[in-house]
Design a protein around this ligand. Structure first.
Ligand SMILES: [Zn+2]
Length: 697
């Protein structure tokens, strides 16, 4: 039995290897072979122990956006990149609206009991007793000084408020206590929902059922959140507009043009604060009223009630309203042949506190990846295209740094960007996870075949095992790339505003300390990635992907796959339209998608033949065409009510969940017949554009 399995395994391995060798999309055979030693050198140069020592530098002190420490780290990044041999390394300043907390207090009126609103140090992690941990808060919260009873609103989603109304619980003017939820829903959506229901303020707490002891051992004994951990985070409505709220669609630069922040569509008018289950327990225990439905029961050992609390809470939330400077660091290796064609590798640097996983695991990996490319350059190699390394600031606020840079460089990015490769957190575990536009999915799988996994074999092997374990891709027999794209990290400006193909990469694992002080060096060193093997694996993967995009003869973007995927979105949307009684004709948009699929298929066939025949003029025509396709999916008018979002295939919902065919879907969900007709025409035009830029090559 074992033996059969072994032979079978050998056969499978042999087949996959030969397939991958013969079908390296984007390269002639000769060029693919030329690539091998370069890949091997990058893989060899990237070392786990270097990731670890960089990680310690980034996680040593809290480094929130706008802080002195985060500026020092920007200088550290720039200095190291120059030493590595990167070119044109610069710190780019953006003055942005970046409020910080001044006063956060919560006192139970009757008992005069104060909630702690902070986390307790633990002896096993000396960083947790750092004195410079600021006040935990929700960025862009409104201010409030209110005394009111508290009600429990479960996850704080619209259906939760509906249930409360049905049960006769009035939330208006009360303080709402909501738990962070699984499945994930962006806290900004909970804020928006609370705002719509007229609550006095929103408290967001981490229930042990989601990320605490109900899941397993808590830190320092395991990955889950201890009693007093709490989740900071922005509540900004960046599903309407990310980046500095004062500059919708253009960059914030010193001396530039600014609107008032308060009038921006991204600014909440509700006040919110994060809370631990240690604090929330004091409120939950004082709830009166009916018992909650069973789905609302959390992990604390008593029956939850809807509320209100028997005792009122005096809550004070006060923030400054300051503009602060943030600093992106950008460095490059200039392309020897095509300096204006760019491959961008980005990670954010700012953290809520120490940022053990989010984002300093990614920052450490970015440093080591940059160093490896510097070593390759020292050996005399130069990339064909320009590689850009970016350390973004203020991602945690409203994807601020990357958005401002994308707006600043919009023209050059739209003219020459091949792809943006994002790594926010590189490793909280060992499960490789990739999200990307469908055109990049096959490319990402191919890259995984070239990079070793710390568990043995390649990342492809481990990824495939994980995918089939999850019983999600048994039919496709290939690792799963998430192609439905929402929001939540720095790729947003590239995809939704600029039409640049994106990928977002991470090694995932059980991780209950997100945005808390326990997301630290020690958490990563002891729990998340002991030995830093997955940090290095991510660096190797990232480097090989960037190398291949930099060196290819034509960019390996598969638009037949993209168009097929869009056709499945059209099927879903048509079903939804029928269900909602919206009568729209899908025949034209379907024809456009089919033509796009055909042209996408032909483009790669033409390129493969031309590259083998040495017809480089033709290869070049295909390459230039492929680079235009994602851009063609943008519409300059953008989405209704949020014109910054210009992509017609993907946008985030307010929960950050992906919304496919956003303009059309929103029209259908609003049962707006006229708008649906308009949107289906707009989508048809976009798909026709996408087809036409790769036609007749
Ligand atoms: Zn992050």
């Amino acid at each position: 039995m074992v033996r059969y399995a072994f032979i079978l395994l050998l056969l499978i391995t042999a087949t996959t290897l030969s397939v991958s060798k013969n079908a390296r999309e984007g390269f002639s055979f000769a060029d693919a072979d030329r690539l091998k030693p370069l890949e091997a050198r990058l893989i060899q140069t990237i070392r786990p122990e270097n990731c670890r020592s960089q990680h310690r530098i980034f996680t040593e002190k809290p480094h929130m956006a706008g802080s002195v420490r985060n500026y020092e780290l920007a200088q550290h990044v720039a200095k190291q990149w120059k030493e590595y041999g990167l070119e044109d390394v610069e710190l780019i300043e953006h003055p942005v609206y970046l409020p910080w907390p001044i006063r956060y207090e919560a006192t139970l009126v009757g008992s005069n009991e104060k909630l702690s609103l902070k986390e307790d140090p633990i002896p096993q992690d000396k960083d947790s007793s750092n004195e410079d941990v600021g006040i935990p808060y929700c960025a862009y919260s409104a201010d409030v000084d209110v005394t009111a009873p508290v009600v429990y609103v479960n996850s704080g989603n619209p259906e939760d408020y509906d249930l409360l109304a049905k049960r006769g619980v009035d939330v208006r003017g009360k303080i709402a206590l909501a738990r962070y939820s699984v499945p994930y829903s962006y806290r900004g959506f909970k804020a928006l929902t609370a705002q719509r229901h007229g609550v006095a303020a929103l408290l967001l707490y981490s229930d042990p059922a989601e990320d605490g002891f109900k899941k397993g051992d808590v830190y320092p004994w395991g990955p889950w959140g201890p009693e007093s951990h709490l989740q900071r985070g922005g509540i900004v409505y960046d599903f309407n507009l990310p980046g500095d709220p004062r500059t919708p669609g253009w960059a914030s630069v010193p001396g530039g043009r600014f609107f008032p922040a308060e009038s921006a569509v991204s600014m909440p008018t509700v006040a919110a604060a994060p809370m631990s289950y240690k604090d929330a327990r004091l409120l939950l225990e004082k709830m009166t009223g009916p018992a909650v439905p069973s789905e609302w029961q959390g992990g604390l050992p008593f029956s939850y009630r809807l509320g209100p609390t028997s005792d009122k809470l005096h809550l004070v939330i006060q923030n400054d309203k300051k503009v602060r400077s943030i600093w992106n660091v950008v460095g490059r290796l200039r392309g020897a042949e095509r300096p204006n064609e760019w491959v961008i590798l980005g990670n954010h640097r700012d953290a809520w506190v120490f940022g053990g996983v989010d984002p300093s695991s990614g920052s450490a990996t970015l440093m080591e990846t940059a160093r490896a490319f510097g070593e390759l350059k020292r050996s005399g190699w130069k990339p064909r295209r320009t590689l850009i390394f970016a350390s973004w600031d203020a991602e945690e606020f409203t994807l601020t740094g990357s958005t401002e840079w994308g707006e600043l460089e919009a023209e050059r990015l739209q003219a020459g960007a091949l792809a943006y490769l994002n790594v926010d957190s590189s490793a909280s575990g060992n499960s490789f996870t990739a999200a990307a536009v469908p055109a990049l999915a096959n490319f990402l799988r191919d890259v995984a075949r070239d990079v070793p996994d710390p568990s043995g074999g390649t990342i492809y092997d481990a990824w495939l095992r994980q995918t089939t374990d999850a019983k999600e891709a048994i039919d496709s027999k290939q690792p799963r790339v998430t192609t439905r794209l929402g929001s939540g990290s720095d790729y947003t400006v590239f995809l939704n505003f600029l039409g640049v193909p994106i990928a977002d990469l991470t090694f995932d694992g059980p991780y209950g300390v997100y945005h808390s002080i326990y997301d630290s060096f020690t958490w990563v060193d002891r729990v998340g990635d002991p030995g830093y093997y997955y940090h290095a694996a991510m660096g190797r993967y990232w480097a090989v992907a960037a190398l291949q995009l930099s060196e290819c003869d034509y960019v390996p973007l598969d638009y037949a796959a993209y168009a097929q995927e869009v056709q499945s979105y059209l099927n879903e949307t048509e079903t939804a339209a029928r269900r909602l009684g919206v009568d729209v004709d899908f025949s034209q948009v379907r024809d456009a998608a089919k033509l796009w699929e055909k042209n996408g298929h032909t483009a790669l066939e033409v390129a493969r033949k031309a590259v083998e025949a040495g017809d480089m003029a033709r290869v070049e025509r295909v390459h230039k065409g492929l680079m235009k396709v994602e851009r063609a999916l943008l519409d300059p008018e953008g989405l209704v009510g949020r014109p910054w979002f210009k992509h017609l295939i993907y946008a985030p919902r307010p929960t950050y969940k992906p919304l496919v065919l956003p303009a059309l879907t929103e029209a259908i969900e609003a049962r707006d017949q006229a708008r649906a007709k308009f949107e289906i025409e707009r989508l048809t035009r976009a798909l026709k554009r996408a087809a036409s830029v790769i036609e007749g090559l």
